[in-house]
Design a protein. Structure first.
Length: 200
C-alpha cells in the first residue's frame, strides 16, 4: 500500500532536483574570472627630453619641447595631438585647450616658500585669477611638490588650473596644468605629471 506514495515522493524529488540543477550550474561559474582578468595597459609611449626628464605620453597627446620655435621657456609641454603648439607662446592669453607645461625656474628659495609666495601674488591678481585654494602635496619621482589651484580668467579664457612647485637638486621646477575653457582638468594631465622622472 505504501508503494504508490513512495513512487510519488520519488517523482517529486526528481522534479525538484531537475529544477534546481540550472541554478546550481549558474553558481558553478568562477567568481574570480573577472577579477583575475589582466588590466589593459595604457596606450602611449615613453619619451626622454634633453637627458633630463623622462615621462609616459598617453595616446591622444603629444609633447613639445624647447626646440619648438617660440617655446624656449618650456622644458616640455603636453598638448592634445594635432594642436598648434605656437598657441602656447608666452603672452598668448587665449589658449582654449587643456595642456600641461614644465618649467625650470633656476635657483631656489625652496618649493614650499615659492608656492606660498606665488599663491599670495595670484590671490591679489583678481583680474586674472579667482577661487584660489591649496591642494595637498604630491610626490613625483621622490620629490615633494607643493601646489594650489583655482580658476584662470585671463583674456576670454575661463578655466581651472593647478600650479605645482618642487625642488630638483638646487633648482625649482614648476608644473602648470590647465583645463579646457569652461571645462575641467583632464585626468590624463595629472597622470602624465605623476610619470615624470627627473634624470641625474
Amino acid at each position: 500500500m505504501n508503494t504508490p506514495m513512495r513512487s510519488q515522493r520519488s517523482v517529486c524529488l526528481l522534479v525538484a532536483a531537475l529544477l534546481f540543477m540550472p541554478l546550481a550550474a549558474c553558481g558553478d561559474d568562477d567568481p574570480t574570472a573577472s577579477e583575475t582578468a589582466p588590466e589593459a595597459s595604457p596606450q602611449g609611449e615613453t619619451i626622454e627630453v634633453d637627458g633630463s626628464v623622462r615621462a609616459f605620453v598617453p595616446e591622444g597627446w603629444e609633447v613639445q619641447t624647447s626646440d619648438t620655435p617660440g617655446l624656449e621657456v618650456y622644458v616640455l609641454a603636453l598638448i592634445p595631438e594635432g594642436t598648434e603648439p605656437q598657441a602656447l607662446m608666452p603672452g598668448n592669453e587665449r589658449v582654449e585647450f587643456a595642456h600641461l607645461a614644465l618649467f625650470n625656474l633656476g635657483g631656489t628659495r625652496g618649493a614650499a616658500v615659492y608656492a606660498s609666495a606665488q599663491r599670495e601674488d595670484d590671490m591679489e591678481n583678481i583680474e586674472f585669477f579667482s577661487e584660489i585654494g591649496d591642494i595637498e602635496t604630491l610626490e613625483i619621482d621622490g620629490v615633494t611638490f607643493h601646489g594650489y589651484e583655482g580658476m584662470l580668467t585671463s583674456g576670454d579664457h575661463v578655466g581651472p588650473f593647478q600650479f605645482w612647485y618642487g625642488d630638483i637638486g638646487r633648482e625649482t621646477v614648476k608644473f602648470e596644468v590647465y583645463g579646457e575653457r569652461n571645462g575641467t582638468v583632464p585626468q590624463e594631465l595629472i597622470d602624465f605629471m605623476k610619470t615624470v622622472e627627473f634624470l641625474p
